[in-house]
Structure formats: C-alpha cells, structure tokens
Design a protein around this ligand. Structure first.
Ligand code: DX5
Ligand code: ZN
Length: 216
C-alpha cells in the first residue's frame, strides 16, 4: 500500500508543521486537491501553496486536479512541484492531449473518474497512464461517506489490467478509514488517499494505524 494523505483535511493555519508531521510519519506520497469552483463546487488552493510546501519534504506530490480543462495548467503545476498529476476524464475535451502534456511536463500521469462515470471509459487510455484514480465519493469535499458501489470498479479495473498485462496503479480517494481500507485493498487498490482519517487526531498514530491494517 502506498498511503497518500490528503492535505485538504490539514489545518491550513499551520500547514508547514502538518507537512513535516507527514514527513516524519514516513508517508510515501502527499495528496494535493486542487479545486476550481467550476468542475467541482469548492475552491481549495493553487500554485502558491504547492510552491511554498515543496521545499519542506521530498515526498511525492500527488496532485489531484478537480479543474475544468486542466491542460491549460499542467506545465505550471509541474513547475510548482507536482510529481504525479491526475486529471478528471470528464473535465478534458481532449483526454489524450492532456495526458501527453502531463508526460511532456516530466510528471507521472494519472486519470480519474467521478462515481457516476463507468470504469470502461478509462480503458482506452490505460496504455498511457501510470495510475487510475477511482473516486469513492463525489469530488469536491473531504469528510464524506465512502460509496461501497465503487468497489466493483476496482475489481473490474484490476482484471482489465491483468488481462492487458499493464502495470498501472489503482488509487482510491474519499471516505477511506480503518473500516473501509481493508475493503479497497482486498478489491485491488494499492494507492490510498486519506484526509480526515490521517489529520483528525494524531497524524503519526493515524498513519501507523492505517499502515498496520494494510499489513494484515
Ligand atoms: C475530495 C478529495 C479527497 C478528500 C478526501 O474531492 O479529492 O482527496 O480530501 O478526504 P477524506 O479522506 O476525508 O474523504
Ligand atoms: Zn483527491
């Protein structure tokens, strides 16, 4: 399991300290949720925040763009410090061009779908991506309830990747906690986003708890 704590659930008044806590907890990835108020109803944060936390850790910056036509900003996110850039299939008028732009910017390529979008829609792009993110809540807000119906998408994608002999990470995002984590791992997800479950309470303890569950 690769844990990717979402800083959307962090205390922004002491963001630097929270990033250092993640660093000390040895998490491999840091999940960064960018929202534009158009593709999703919320507005979160953009380049200045990413640039300002970049020097604080060497962890992989896993940037989830919930923005319309993300191709416009791919290069800027790469420059700001993104290592992986994940875009929504529904937000791109030209998905292939967007994925190519991410690759050309020197980042790993992620593609994601909302809960209402069938998993088959990502299949044509599988040879061009490093990771598929299956949203397990409606994107836009942290702290929502996990949607159990999404588990079958994980299972279907895992089977498709095996059939096509492709090495692509399966990420899940939304409502992951000690109860839902075993379910998504069992289904085949290997990159796990968790916001509330990491930042509510003690970060180190929460990370250790999730890691221990993944060992079982
Ligand atoms: C939702 C975001 C998630 C969110 C997860 O739009 O993409 O990354 O922060 O938060 P939790 O883990 O609290 O559901
Ligand atoms: Zn996210």
């Amino acid at each position: 399991m690769i844990l990717s704590p979402s800083i959307l659930a962090a205390d922004f008044s002491r963001l630097g300290e929270q990033i250092r806590q993640l660093d000390e907890a040895d998490v491999p990835y840091v999940h960064i949720d960018v929202m534009d108020g158009l593709f999703v109803p919320s507005i979160s944060f953009g380049f200045p925040i990413i640039e300002s936390i970049r020097p604080l850790t060497k962890r992989v910056f896993d940037v989830h763009l919930m923005i319309q036509e993300p191709i416009r900003y791919v290069e800027q996110f790469a420059k700001a410090g993104a290592d992986i850039i994940t875009v929504h299939l529904e937000a791109c008028s030209d998905v292939t061009a967007t994925l190519t732009a991410i690759r050309n910017a020197g980042c790993k390529v992620g593609l994601t779908i909302k809960p209402g979008t069938p998993i088959e829609t990502v299949y044509p792009y599988l040879p061009d991506v490093d990771m598929v993110l299956i949203m397990t809540v409606e994107p836009g807000f942290g702290g929502q309830k996990f949607m159990p119906d999404m588990v079958e998408k994980i299972v279907a994608l895992k089977a498709k990747l095996a059939q096509e002999q492709l090495q692509v990470d399966i990420q899940v995002d939304g409502g992951i906690n000690p109860q839902t984590l075993p379910v998504v791992l069992e289904a085949g997800a290997n990159v796990i986003v968790a916001g509330t479950a990491v930042f509510r309470g003690d970060v180190k303890e929460n990370v250790a708890g999730l890691e221990a569950l993944a060992q079982q």
